[in-house]
Every structure is written in structure tokens, then in C-alpha cells.
Design a protein around this ligand. Structure first.
Ligand code: UFG
Length: 344
């Protein structure tokens, strides 16, 4: 029998791509999702359990029923801007949710965890905009979202020390793109991420894009980010599950390419791929946005044998565009297969 892996948040964007990778690489994914932002149709591989991570009873039943050996923990709130307005919600879902998950894993003797952390734990912390970030860099989250990811890491590390849990915290940079099969892709409601918004603007399905600030200390004045293809990100999770680590080890690992791209470079790449310029205007900065977040990905290579393979900006943008626009692609119907829910 295939080893069962619980995937919290497995009906969400990165979780669904990881469930597919697990299935393809010989694991049995058990998707555990409250569907508060995920899509039932995106949970297509393995089993599905409808539940909230803060509900320890349902969670424990899922661990026992499927004889779960390891957990990949994605479930949580992710919008940086909303976290500034509603930190209470973020601490409840992200931190209390992780407390509940860890207690339940401990009760059921599940000793292996891969945690969905974020480059948001770093903030800017006095770094120049052109420096890449190693895992040892100072942590100074610029948003309550980043605070909750860092708090979860501290908690997980302490649990590793306390009872021998083994954990890898993957600090993602900017997940983007879509699975090349066309079955799943990026779908958030509401959408706040740059690439899908730029595509919607180019296709005329959305509003013109607002570029959040062009007076940062970066080469063209717009923020630099490290865009990583979601397929590469999914592969990093499987590598983190497979890596041989001693009991009680806690390993934070950056998942990025090492290349920074500005907002305007993304806008140009989307325009090239779509064959139509992205209409945009420059607006105010968005609260909680650090000027630059670019990974030093050398630890991922050394520890996990992982590096990005599909993450050129042109590949990311062209696959994201295909997912958004081609009605013949994949399931092909808006509202299915984890596409954006129809507006009501
Ligand atoms: N941006 C705009 N206009 C928009 C949307 C975004 O200019 O309409 C800019 C942002 O200011 C930022 C860049 O585009 O500079 C990327 O923004 P995203 O919202 O796509 O992504 P973030 O960098 O804010 O955040 C993402 C994830 C977080 C994660 C973070 C870590 O959403 O969960 O990457 O780098 F923590």
C-alpha cells in the first residue's frame, strides 16, 4: 500500500498541485480542507476529507482512518493586505490551526511534517534590494501574515525538540503558473496576486492593473519578487518528505529561483505572452509589501537535491495564461476543476 500523506489545504492552489505530485510519485494524498477558500473540484487525487484544522476531532479521525504517516500543512489564510486589517483572523486560522494540527499529530504518533512557510518571514530587515536571502537572514515580517508564519515555525521547531517530530519548513517565494495538464491552476477568490490580475487586465476580463508603488529602491522602482512555478514548488514538497533527516530535526528551506523580477517585468512578460499590452496605472504602495524578496536557494539544492526547472518568467506566464484563457484546455469550464468560482 502507498504511504498516506495528509495534505491540509490540499484543495487550494499549491496544495492541489502537491497532491497531484504525491499521487504521481507513489504516495496516497488525503486532502483535508475546509473549502473556505479551496475548491472541491481541485481535490482530484487520493481521498478528500472536509474539515477545519482547528477541529482536532475530525482531524484525528482522518489521521486514524487513513493510517497517515506524514503531514504536509498548507491550510491557512494568505492575503498579506487582509492580514494588516484582520490580524486576529490570521492568528486564529494560521497559528491556532497549527497548534491544533501539531497536538493531533502528536496524539496519533505522526512524526513527520512539511510546513508551508513563506518568504514573508524575512521582511526587509535592513537588507538592500539587490541582496538574495539565505535562511539565516534576520526575520522581520512586514505583515501580520508574515508574523503568523514565523510564529508557526517557532512552534514547530519547539515541538521537534520537545518530542522528536521531524519537520521541514519550506519558505516559498512567489508561487505562480499552472499545472501543464490544464486540470488545475491558480484560482483565488478574491484574486489579489499579480500574475492572474495582469492576465485578466490584458484579456479585458478585469480592471486595469494597479502597480502598487514605483518609488522603491529597486532598479525600476517597482517591487522585486522571486516567481517560482507551482510545479517546481510541488516537487520541493515531495523532496522534503523523502529527505532522510534525524528525529527532532527542524529544517527551514527557501524555495525560489534566486532571480528577482520587478512588477513591470512581469507586466511586460504578460503583455508578450498575451500579444496585448497590460493596461495599468501606478498607484500607492500596498501595506505590508517589502521592496524585495529574492531567495538564495542553495540550501534547497544541498539538502533536498531540488532546484527550479520550470520557472523562467516566460514559462510561468504562458502556462498561467493558457489556464486562464483556453476553453479547450483541461476540463475547460469555468467553475470546474478548481477554476475561479463564478461570481454570484
Ligand atoms: N502587485 C501589484 N499590483 C497588484 C498585485 C500585486 O503591483 O494588483 C505587486 C505587489 O505589490 C508585489 C508583487 O506585485 O510587489 C507581487 O504581489 P503578489 O500579491 O502577487 O504576491 P506577494 O509578493 O504579495 O505575496 C506572495 C504570497 C504570499 C507570500 C509572499 C512571499 O501571496 O503568501 O508571496 O513572497 F508570503
Amino acid at each position: 500500500t502507498k504511504p498516506a500523506v495528509l495534505v491540509t489545504g490540499g484543495a487550494g492552489y499549491i496544495g492541489a498541485h502537491t497532491a497531484k505530485a504525491l499521487h504521481e510519485l507513489g504516495f496516497f494524498p488525503v486532502v483535508y480542507d475546509s473549502l473556505s477558500s479551496g475548491f472541491r473540484e481541485a481535490a482530484r487525487w487520493g481521498a478528500f476529507v472536509h474539515g477545519d484544522i482547528r477541529d482536532g476531532r475530525t482531524l484525528g479521525e482522518a489521521l486514524a482512518a487513513h493510517n497517515v504517516k506524514a503531514v504536509i500543512h498548507f491550510a491557512g489564510l494568505i492575503e498579506v493586505g487582509r492580514s494588516v486589517a484582520r490580524p486576529d483572523l490570521f492568528w486564529d486560522h494560521n497559528v491556532s490551526g497549527t497548534v491544533s494540527l501539531l497536538s493531533t499529530m502528536r496524539e496519533h504518533g505522526v512524526g513527520r511534517l512539511v510546513f508551508s512557510s513563506s518568504a514573508a518571514v524575512y521582511g526587509q530587515a535592513g537588507r538592500s534590494a539587490l541582496e538574495t536571502i539565505p535562511e539565516s537572514a534576520p526575520k522581520a515580517p512586514a505583515s501580520p501574515y508574515g508574523d503568523t508564519k514565523l510564529a508557526c515555525e517557532w512552534l514547530i521547531e519547539a515541538q521537534c525538540r520537545a518530542y522528536g517530530l521531524t519537520a521541514v519548513a519550506l519558505r516559498y517565494f512567489n508561487a505562480a503558473g499552472a499545472d501543464p495538464s490544464g486540470q488545475i491552476g491558480e484560482a483565488h477568490e478574491p484574486e489579489t496576486h499579480l500574475i492572474p490580475l495582469a492576465i485578466a487586465a490584458a484579456l479585458g476580463d478585469g480592471k486595469p492593473l494597479t502597480v502598487f508603488g514605483d518609488d522603491f529602491g529597486t532598479p525600476d522602482g517597482t517591487c522585486l519578487r522571486d516567481y517560482i512555478h507551482v510545479t517546481d514548488l510541488a516537487a520541493a514538497h515531495v523532496a522534503a518528505l523523502n529527505v532522510d533527516l534525524p528525529a527532532a530535526a527542524f529544517e527551514p528551506v527557501n524555495v525560489g529561483t534566486g532571480e528577482g523580477r520587478s512588477v513591470l517585468q512581469v507586466v511586460e512578460a504578460v503583455g508578450r505572452a498575451a500579444g496585448r499590452a497590460v493596461p495599468y496605472s501606478v498607484g500607492a504602495r500596498r501595506a505590508g509589501d517589502p521592496p524585495s524578496l529574492v531567495a538564495d536557494p542553495s540550501r534547497a539544492r544541498a539538502l533536498l537535491g531540488w532546484s527550479a526547472k520550470h520557472s523562467s518568467l516566460d514559462q510561468i506566464v504562458s502556462e498561467a495564461l493558457r489556464w486562464e484563457r483556453d476553453p479547450m484546455y483541461g476540463a475547460g469550464v469555468r467553475g470546474s476543476a478548481g477554476r475561479r468560482k463564478p461570481k454570484v
